[in-house]
Design a protein around this ligand. Structure first.
Ligand SMILES: CSC[C@@H](O)[C@@H](O)C(=O)COP(=O)(O)O
Length: 348
């Protein structure tokens, strides 16, 4: 089976699967400048926390290449300018800020080197971020597979697969590893209004891999959970506070409440790069609000009366009390999260 590759850097161009067009069209979006990467992140050509981080890293590389011929002080100030803009392209997924921080520290650490050496280091760093994410996805997938029963029915939300990362995925990576290890699993994928990442992207990935699955409207999940049809719920994360509170796609919190009420195991699957070690509580997480058109229109067609007010938060925060465990590349972290998460710092 051909693996899905969300983004790939080749000779000065960042190639991305255009996720706005899937599943109807499989098109590649080309970024030749860091401004195009900034646009691609904002417009969700590329999305999913780890994929956004990797895209931003290559955005930094495209900036470095653009300003390579400038004298070093100009190069450094242009770099800082572009890193600051990229850093703001989406506010919630911490992998973005993490990747930018890595680039900033590299420029600081090797400040005495020539511009061309710095450009080489930035390229190596971006490639390293991708290689690490691929390896981390496999490790997380294997840890996660250890809690998946034979013949499990799994519920998932949004898209956390190859499209959301640069590897096999986080929550969907666990699904993949369970399926690839021969388990007879079944997946229910929430369609995930308003952007339909579940309906458009997760359903597509599941079909590409041949994993038995049903797509459901988000509001079906409650009935399935109450009726004992779900063995485990697996979701991703955009930012995890050190007490375990987790920001993820809007609707995740609602699932966690149902999981707690009906005692269904509820796991977050995320690399340690999604943990914000500077944030002790989920209340501090900035939740992105996106345009009203995402709610009033589907594929450009209006589905609501013109002029209606809209509230469209892209994420919500699941309190740590509702989380059974956080599956990371360092193992499965369980409560008390405020004690078990901070020691992971520095190992990521
Ligand atoms: C591995 S993906 C984890 C999260 O980034 C994912 O669950 C999610 O919420 C994606 O949101 P999106 O708005 O599509 O970028």
């Amino acid at each position: 089976m051909k693996e899905i590759i969300a983004l790939e850097y080749q000779q000065g161009i960042l190639h991305m699967i255009d996720q706005r067009k899937l599943p109807r069209q499989q098109e590649t979006f080309l970024c030749k400048t860091w401004q195009e990467v900034d646009f691609a992140i904002q417009d969700m050509v590329v999305r999913g926390a780890p994929a956004i981080g990797a895209a931003a890293a290559y955005g930094a590389l495209l900036a470095a290449k653009e300003y390579e011929k400038e004298p070093k002080p100009v190069f450094l100030s242009k770099m800082e300018e572009s890193l600051s803009v990229l850093n703001e392209s989406r506010p919630t997924a911490v992998n973005l800020m993490w990747a930018i921080k890595r680039m900033r520290s590299l420029l600081k650490q090797y400040a005495q080197e020539s511009v061309s050496q710095l450009v080489e280091r930035i390229e190596a760093e971006a490639d390293a971020i991708v290689a690490a994410d691929q390896a981390i996805n496999i490790t997380m997938g294997d840890y996660g597979n250890s809690i998946i029963p034979e013949k499990a029915t799994i519920l998932t939300h949004c898209n956390t697969g190859a499209l959301a990362t640069v590897g096999i995925g986080t929550a969907l990576g666990v699904v993949r590893q369970a399926f690839r290890s021969g388990k007879d699993i079944f997946v229910y994928a929430d369609e995930t209004r308003p952007r339909l990442q579940g309906g458009r992207l997760t359903a597509w990935e599941l079909m590409q891999e041949g994993i038995p699955a049903s797509l459901i409207a988000d509001s079906v999940a409650a009935t399935l959970i109450r009726d004992g049809k779900i063995d485990v719920i697996l979701v991703g994360a955009d930012r995890i506070a050190t007490n375990g509170d987790t920001a993820n796609k809007i609707g995740t919190f609602m699932l966690s409440v149902l999981a707690k009420t009906y005692q269904v195991p509820f796991y977050i699957v995320a690399p340690t790069t999604t943990i914000d070690f500077d944030m002790s509580h989920g209340d501090e997480i900035v939740i992105e609000e996106r345009s009203s058109e995402e709610v009033t229109h589907i594929d450009g067609h209006p589905t609501a009366p013109e002029g209606i007010q809209v509230y469209n938060p892209a994420f919500d925060v699941t309190p740590h009390q509702n989380i059974t465990g956080i599956i990371t590349e360092k193992g499965i972290i369980r409560a008390p999260f405020h004690e078990n998460i901070p020691p992971l710092k520095g190992e990521e």
